[in-house]
Ligand binder design. Structure first.
Ligand code: ADP
Ligand code: MG
Length: 621
């Protein structure tokens, strides 16, 4: 065998393929360069999941004309000159390899101008070879367009995933950067559509909402704690809002996105007993520690961070979470309540709808969340999150039923995904310190403590009480079924006739079913909480969704329980007696989560004495 020395361009191409693995790596390098250049406004635009084109423009310091070509040479960097610099490096990239590598395996166009120069320069390279270099008029900053990634490296090209998978990774990466650097305006565009843009106003919550869009995120609560050598800040969800997986948990250490079972553990401990097994809070947590006490880069791809003192981190997270959930925001203040009213989201519409319905004393029907809507929400959640992660996970969602026992296990846990009851919830005030007054407008019970005035919505409170009763009966297996005089027969597709899993889920809900003929099932009993008229439709929908691979189960039951709680609750405008008020309050007091109705509307609204005094101009503020 002869040994050949590879020609330099071939060697470069191979090396470049190692540095640049896929479109997301290009985007990462380009955006990090833009950040290092001091930009305050960065736009990322991709087409075809970045496989067709990636364009990153910034308003940073630009590259000097005479340095432009140098920037594309291997080991060309303006960020490091001597080995000592390596240690105090605060910039993101410093190996001086990215531009050279990207240029070697794509067609690159660079347009850049510094503050001092009158005109900018445009440089076009194909496979690292200069095609065009000319003066152009442009504003200060840099735009790099990378087209046809790996066009000259067919082996790599084959490794590319689908457009959706590649763009999912890019969206996830840029999203994380955008909430880490809230001082920078980010805009992400994919195939001409705006994915998100942030304001760059340094407000973390506004950045989270801009990026992740979920309208419920406006209810996330601030979580922060500072200790001697470490600190944490971020936002977490109230126990009434959780997910069936960890995909809405984002952790950052010293500004870098990380995975960490140590942080997860702290989070779990913080929510302990406030969330049921299999439910996970939403969390965006930023931890800062002494850089010497952490190793973020043990493996660039694995990202599992290593702390010197795991216990200290776990307790930092746990304590910050407990503080956030206990002290703050558990009772909605008048100002909060109005804020959500001003919100332009659909929530407002739903609320005023509720008011209108309440007037007609017909609250229940309007408040029912249909199964379809419910499922739609669930699917949307799965879709967006799995898109942002990897395609593998998405597949397992779609075909979860036919997979391994461990994925079945996971499904089972989803089915147990449960309600927002905080067992042992620590109340932000002591009910016994409240003094109750008159009920106003036949709807709101008034109360005061030393520093606050409260209004309690009697209907919302009653709903909460009923809901918790129903849920606890259900959870304790006191499942009451109603026997049907006329059994329901439902045909199911032959593929699931022998599948016992779905039958088990239904019987756990309170259905009694048995095989009847080749592929029909006869239902002789249905759960007590279900109307006979809706049972057949429910079963059919359930079977359809089951075949689609959607996880149902208790979540649908909970939906039903909410409806039932609502139907059997006193209406807003029913006058109730003093004794009834007392009974209502004492029952509410023993609720796990007395502060919101099962739909998430507040039961209490708090008017702080402080705010009242401000209104009367007794104090300035
Ligand atoms: P590194 O970032 O490791 O220095 P790169 O190959 O990513 O190496 O970039 C090479 C050099 O090109 C950088 O050191 C910087 O001087 C310049 N550069 C790259 N992108 C930009 C940009 N968006 N704005 C200003 N300068 C840039
Ligand atoms: Mg770089």
């Amino acid at each position: 065998m002869r040994i050949n020395i590879l020609p330099k361009d071939v060697a470069d191409k191979i090396a470049a393929g190692e540095v640049i693995e896929r479109p997301v790596s290009v985007v990462k390098e380009l955006v990090e360069n833009a950040i290092d250049a001091g930009s305050t406004d960065i736009t990322v635009e991709i087409t075809g999941g970045g496989k067709e084109s990636i364009r990153v423009s910034d308003n940073g310091e630009g590259i000097d004309k005479e340095d432009v070509e140098k920037a594309f040479l291997r080991h060309a960097t303006s960020k490091i000159k001597k080995t000592e610099d390596l240690r105090k490096l605060s910039t993101l990239g410093f190996r001086g390899e990215a531009l050279a590598s990207i240029a070697a395996v794509s067609r690159v166009e660079l347009i850049t101008k510094t503050e001092d120069e009158k005109t900018g320069i445009k440089l076009v390279l194909h496979g690292g070879e200069k095609i065009i270099s000319e003066s152009v008029g442009c504003p200060r900053g840099t735009t790099i367009i990378v087209r046809d990634l790996f066009y000259n490296l067919p082996a790599r090209l084959k490794f590319m995933k689908s457009e959706a998978a590649e763009s999912g990774q890019i969206i996830d990466m840029v999203s994380r950067l955008a909430i880490t650097r809230t001082d920078i305006k980010f805009k992400l565009i994919s195939n001409g559509k705006n994915v998100f843009s942030t304001l760059g106003n340094k407000d973390l919550k506004s950045a989270i909402i801009s990026v992740y869009k979920d309208r419920e995120y406006k209810d996330l609560v601030l979580c922060e704690k500072q200790e001697k050598n470490m600190g944490i800040h971020g936002y977490i969800s109230r126990p009434s809002f959780s997910r069936a997986n960890r995909r809405s948990q984002y952790f950052f250490v010293n500004g870098r996105t990380v995975k960490s079972s140590v942080i997860e553990k702290g989070l779990n401990l913080g929510y302990k007993e406030r969330l049921f097994d299999g439910r996970y809070p939403i969390a965006f947590l930023f931890i800062d520690v002494d850089p010497a006490a952490v190793d973020v880069n043990i493996h660039p791809n694995k990202k599992e961070v290593k702390f010197d003192d795991d216990v200290a981190i776990t307790s930092l997270v746990r304590d910050a979470v407990i503080d956030a959930l206990t002290k703050k925001d558990a009772v909605v203040t008048s100002a909060d309540a109005l804020k959500s009213e001003e919100d332009t989201s659909g929530y407002t519409a739903k609320k005023s709808d509720f008011n209108a319905k309440a007037k007609k004393a017909d609250v229940s029907s309007g408040e029912q969340i249909g199964i379809r809507d419910f499922l739609k929400r669930e699917t949307r959640e799965e879709d967006t999150t799995s898109g942002k992660n990897n395609a593998g996970e998405k597949n397992s969602v779609a075909s979860g039923r036919k997979e391994t026992s461990s994925s079945k296990q996971a499904d089972k846990r989803d089915e147990l995904g449960t309600p927002d009851i905080e067992v042992n919830g620590i109340a932000p005030f002591d009910f016994d310190e409240l003094t109750f007054g008159e009920t106003i407008f036949n709807t709101y019970i008034t109360a005061t403590d030393e520093t606050n005035f409260y209004l309690i919505d009697q209907h919302a409170a009653h709903e909460r009480i009923n809901y918790e009763k129903f849920v606890s009966a259900y959870m304790n297996n006191e499942k009451n079924s109603q026997v049907l005089l006329l059994p329901i027969t439902v045909d199911v597709p032959s593929e699931i006739v022998d599948d016992e899993n779905w039958q088990e889920i239904l019987s756990r809900m309170g259905f009694a079913l048995e095989l009847f003929g080749e592929n029909s099932f006869v239902f002789r009993e249905i759960p007590e909480f279900m109307e006979i008229s809706e049972a057949e439709d429910f079963i059919k929908t359930f079977v359809d969704e089951y075949i689609e691979g959607n996880t149902l189960g208790n979540r649908v039951v909970i939906d039903k329980l909410i409806t039932k709680a609502c139907k059997s609750s006193i209406k807003a405008h029913d006058a109730i007696s003093r004794e009834e008020v007392d009974a209502l309050i004492s029952e509410l007091k023993s609720c796990g989560n007395p502060f919101s109705c099962p739909h998430g509307r507040p039961t209490f609204v708090k008017f702080r004495l402080y705010d009242i005094e401000r209104m009367f101009k007794r104090i300035q503020g």
